[in-house]
Write a protein that binds this ligand. Structure first.
Ligand SMILES: [Zn+2]
Ligand SMILES: [Zn+2]
Length: 404
């Protein structure tokens, strides 16, 4: 009897620990500009990234992460900021010629949703005269830009400045941009290029150590490390340049560490560049309203992100036009970020179409139903029931299809 009781006790301990595990409310995103996957996690020996390879046992690596848009820095960096491929416009700001992103950025989403000052959201990079700017979006814009901290001239300087910012401001959000790998790649000198990767690798290891040795950041911070693009593979001109659609330019690294991220996990599911900011937003509990990527749920601990299935949810479901002939738009508002499903049933309750089954952010959403069933056929005229569900919450609405 005693033995059985003890056994049960030990069986229960891991469950209790996972329910009360800590959440990440801080984020550090590190961008290593222009490192090709074959020299980072795509190298079976990991010879240039011993630090990142070492700490990856504490987190998750995505083997199939790609730039799915333009493999130039000027387009890929804003896409990493926005969680979407955004237009870029030229402007003159405070007397300097520069450019800005059309869509709002994760900095703006973070500062507005959390209602925090610029000193809680830092962008650390080497000294650059004319910084690229976030958006002038009317709902976000300059009032929500990050605090730019642009000093020094090497990745090691940027690491030192990042530690200084952490010590002096303790921001919840840090974006760290490392430029040296791309510069060294463009030199065409292989040893310079690989040395720059080794140095960036050291910087990542140093910053993770800093996070885990500061009680403010320790065990409550997510770190994501990725690239804006790779470099040409040998069949398309080699490592000196980048900018085309070749595998070398597209294939990039993705490493995530932190309390919400699975440990010692490698994912082979394909993911793309805009998914990074969406996933960071999801972990922080902010809504990237204009972003287009998806949450990379497969690398997250299922129990560690609090609001996947909220206990209470306020839906506002509507359909227009209704009645309709061929297409109708289903509109809904979520009071919280959650995993939701939206489906269409016939009057007998038999499901004819599953429209979505994924995590959606709090706020407004619109889904088009083209009056087709899951097998692609146009459904018959008649009455249908549209149901939105999240966990134990659901709401239904009747819709009428008039003709084919
Ligand atoms: Zn770049
Ligand atoms: Zn290429």
């Amino acid at each position: 009897m005693k033995i059985r009781f003890l056994f049960l006790f030990f069986l229960c301990v891991p469950v209790v620990v996972s329910i009360f595990s800590q959440q990440s409310d801080k984020m550090m995103i590190v961008i290593i500009d222009g490192a090709r996957h074959t020299e980072t996690f795509g190298d079976p020996a990991h010879q240039f990234i011993p630090e990142m390879w070492g700490i990856s046992a504490q987190g998750a690596v995505i083997d199939e992460f790609r730039n799915d848009g333009t493999t130039y820095t000027s387009r890929a960096i804003p896409a990493l900021w926005c969680g979407a491929w955004t237009d870029i416009f030229d402007t003159v700001y405070n007397g300097s010629s520069t450019s800005y992103a059309k869509l709002p950025t994760i900095f703006e989403y973070f500062r507005k949703d959390k209602n925090v000052p610029a000193g809680d959201c830092f962008y650390v990079l080497e000294f650059i005269q004319d910084l690229w700017l976030p958006s002038f979006d009317e709902d976000y814009g300059p009032d929500y830009w990050p605090q730019f901290h642009s000093e020094g001239s090497t990745d090691s300087d940027v690491a030192e400045q990042t530690e200084w910012v952490m010590d002096n401001y303790h921001p919840h959000f840090l974006w760290v941009y490392l430029a040296d790998v791309n510069h060294a790649g463009h030199s065409g000198n292989w040893n310079e290029y690989t040395s720059a990767i080794q140095n960036a690798d050291q910087v990542v290891g140093q910053l993770w150590d800093k996070i885990q040795s500061d009680s403010f950041y320790q065990n409550t911070t997510t770190m994501i490390v990725t690239n804006d693009h790779g470099r040409h593979d040998d069949q398309h001109g080699g490592f000196e340049n980048h900018g085309c659609n070749c595998e070398g330019c597209r294939h990039i690294m993705f490493l995530a560490l932190g309390p919400n991220v699975k440990e010692n996990y490698t994912s082979s599911q394909s993911r793309v560049l805009p998914d990074m900011a969406i996933t960071a937003s999801y972990i922080l509990g902010i809504n990237p309203a204009s972003a287009t990527g998806e949450v990379i749920t497969e690398i997250l601990n299922p129990n560690s992100v609090s609001d996947i299935e909220p206990l209470s949810m306020n839906f506002q479901l509507s359909v227009s036009p209704n009645p309709f002939d061929t297409n109708t738009k289903i509109h809904f508002t979520l009071s919280q970020t959650a995993e939701v499903s939206l489906s269409i049933c016939d009057p007998e309750g038999i499901k004819v179409r599953s429209l979505i089954n994924e995590i959606k952010f709090k706020g407004e959403h619109e889904i088009l139903w083209d009056s087709r069933s899951d097998s692609g056929q146009i459904v018959k005229p008649g009455i249908y029931i549209c149901t939105l569900q999240s966990g134990i919450n659901n709401q239904s609405i009747k819709l009428v299809k008039l003709s084919d």
